[in-house]
Structures are given as structure tokens and as C-alpha cells.
Ligand binder design. Structure first.
Ligand code: ADP
Length: 272
């Protein structure tokens, strides 16, 4: 790692100034390094589906497919990789927007249980396909001060993971409750493969995956939790992961609620 190099010769003001410069230069160098790493990751993630698409289309053009059926199989693979790339680009754009805060949150009182119910309904067919028991226990009085579309995205990404990383015959439970006057909690619990404890702090880092090779097959972009973390932070909430390897994962999201008589505050979109 790059070390900034103003020699610190004394303990006086000049010495302290030199130290401060060194720390700033270090911080800038670190940010540069993170940017480089991110770009390298993005390039790699985009190149993988591209090379599949190139390979399969070349095979088609070279006449490797002998039957209509084989031809279709190649086309299906190309289509799968196209969709993968579409998801990746969509997630990248979303993350850039959220991190740059170029689109402010559209805050209003949100009936969170209704949002969750709709997402659960959306995932019911996918859960059924895997014979996963998907159930919800929702408090309909929890009104979050937030952006309904963004909150839906949080639930979608978390539920998607819970179902994706839970094997056939498992269970996924979604709970929404009120912790206090000011705070609500969404908990999504699965009986899936779990995450090693020492890797829990890495969740939400862009492109972090517990098992690189396997999760590629499972189709994720590696950006879902980074997006969730950003949205929760923009709402002034907190997210916590807990997991037992081989037994399952629990994700808890705490969000500020609209308190009675506070509706006027909600209308104010905030100019600070
Ligand atoms: P991905 O698109 O790969 O799912 P995410 O950012 O949503 O990306 O999640 C990052 C990684 O965290 C996943 O690749 C997976 O390894 C792990 N993970 C997330 N949720 C779960 C879960 N419910 N159970 C087990 N592992 C999970």
C-alpha cells in the first residue's frame, strides 16, 4: 500500500501538520485503490456474460447446432446471459444513483405491511417451485416514513436472497413488528445454507459473495445487499445479519416510523 512521505521531524505544529498531510494523502490513496478495485470487479463481472454470449453465438454461426432443438438450447444460453447482464447494469446504475444521491428519496407515510405482502405474493410461485414454505406475520399498523419504491426494493432483494440460498423443502419467514413508538423492524429468516460468522461483516460490500463459483450459477449480481444497505442508511435505519452455517440466516432491518401527529414532518421533503 502507498505510504505518503512527508518526514515528521518534530512534535510541534509543523510536525503535526506533516502528520495530518500524510494521513490525508493516505486516505486519498486508499480511495483510489478502492475505485480501481471496483472498476476491475465491474469489468470482470461484465466480461463473463459477454464471453459466454460470444462463445455461444460463434458456435451457432459455425453451425455447431445440428437440430432445431440444439439451436434453441444455444439461444436460451445466450438469452440467459443477456438477462444476467441486464440485471448487472441495472444494479450498477441503481447503486451509482443511491450513492451519489442524485435522486432524493420520495418520503411519505408508507404502509409497509402492504408493500411486503405484495412482494411475498410476487415470490410465491418461485418459492412453490422450490417447495419452500413462505410465510408472513405482519403488523399492519407499522407506518414507515419512507420511499415506497425503495422500501419495496429492500424487501425484494432480501426475500430473493432468502429463497435463492435456501434449498428445496426449506422455510422462509417474513415478520414486521413495531419495536417502539419510533421504530419498526422487518425480519427475514430462512433455513438456508447460512453464512460463516467471520464473513458477516463483509455482507453489503459491492460484489462480495460467500461462494463465488456457486453463486454465479445461482444468478446473483453481488450488488443486492450493497443496494439494500444504501437504501436503509438513506432512511436513517439499520441492518443486521445473523447466521448459522448450514442452518440459516436472519436479516433484521430497523426503520424509523411515522409517529402520531407527525404527518406534517412527513410532507416536508427536507432541504438540508
Ligand atoms: P447476490 O446477487 O450474489 O445474491 P447479494 O449482495 O444479494 O448478492 O448477496 C451477497 C452474498 O451474500 C451472496 O452472494 C451470498 O453468498 C450471501 N448471502 C446473501 N443472503 C444470503 C442468505 N439469505 N443466505 C445465505 N447467503 C446469503
Amino acid at each position: 500500500r502507498y505510504e505518503a512521505g512527508i518526514p515528521v521531524r518534530s512534535d510541534d505544529e509543523i510536525g503535526r501538520l506533516a502528520k495530518a498531510f500524510n494521513q490525508m494523502a493516505d486516505a486519498i490513496a486508499k480511495e483510489d485503490e478502492q475505485k480501481r478495485e471496483f472498476l476491475a470487479n465491474v469489468s470482470h463481472e461484465l466480461r463473463t456474460p459477454l464471453s459466454y454470449m460470444k462463445g455461444y453465438s460463434e458456435a451457432l454461426l459455425a453451425g455447431f447446432a445440428k437440430t432445431k432443438e440444439e439451436e434453441k438450447a444455444y439461444l436460451r444460453l445466450i438469452h440467459r446471459e443477456t438477462e444476467r447482464m441486464e440485471r448487472l447494469v441495472g444494479d450498477l446504475l441503481d447503486l451509482a444513483r443511491l450513492e451519489g444521491q442524485s435522486v432524493p428519496l420520495e418520503r411519505a407515510p408508507v404502509a409497509f405491511a402492504q408493500v411486503i405482502e405484495d412482494v411475498i405474493a410476487m415470490y410465491e410461485p418461485i418459492a412453490a417451485q422450490k417447495r419452500i414454505k413462505l410465510s408472513g406475520d405482519l403488523d399492519y399498523d407499522v407506518i414507515v416514513n419512507g420511499d415506497a419504491d425503495r422500501l419495496e426494493q429492500v424487501v425484494r432483494n432480501l426475500l430473493d436472497n432468502a429463497i435463492r440460498y435456501t434449498p428445496e423443502g426449506g422455510a422462509v419467514t417474513v415478520r414486521l413488528s413495531r419495536l417502539s413508538e419510533a421504530e419498526g423492524e422487518l425480519v427475514i429468516e430462512d433455513t438456508g445454507k447460512g453464512i460463516p460468522k467471520d464473513q458477516l461483516p463483509l455482507l453489503g460490500q459491492r460484489f462480495f459473495r460467500v461462494d463465488r463459483a456457486r453463486t454465479r450459477k445461482e444468478g446473483g449480481t453481488g450488488l443486492g445487499l450493497a443496494i439494500v444497505k444504501q437504501i436503509v442508511a438513506l432512511h436513517g435505519g439499520a441492518i443486521q445479519f445473523d447466521s448459522d452455517l448450514g442452518r440459516g440466516t436472519t436479516v433484521s432491518v430497523r426503520l424509523p416510523l411515522v409517529r402520531e401527529g407527525e404527518e406534517t414532518y412527513v410532507q416536508d421533503k427536507g432541504t438540508d
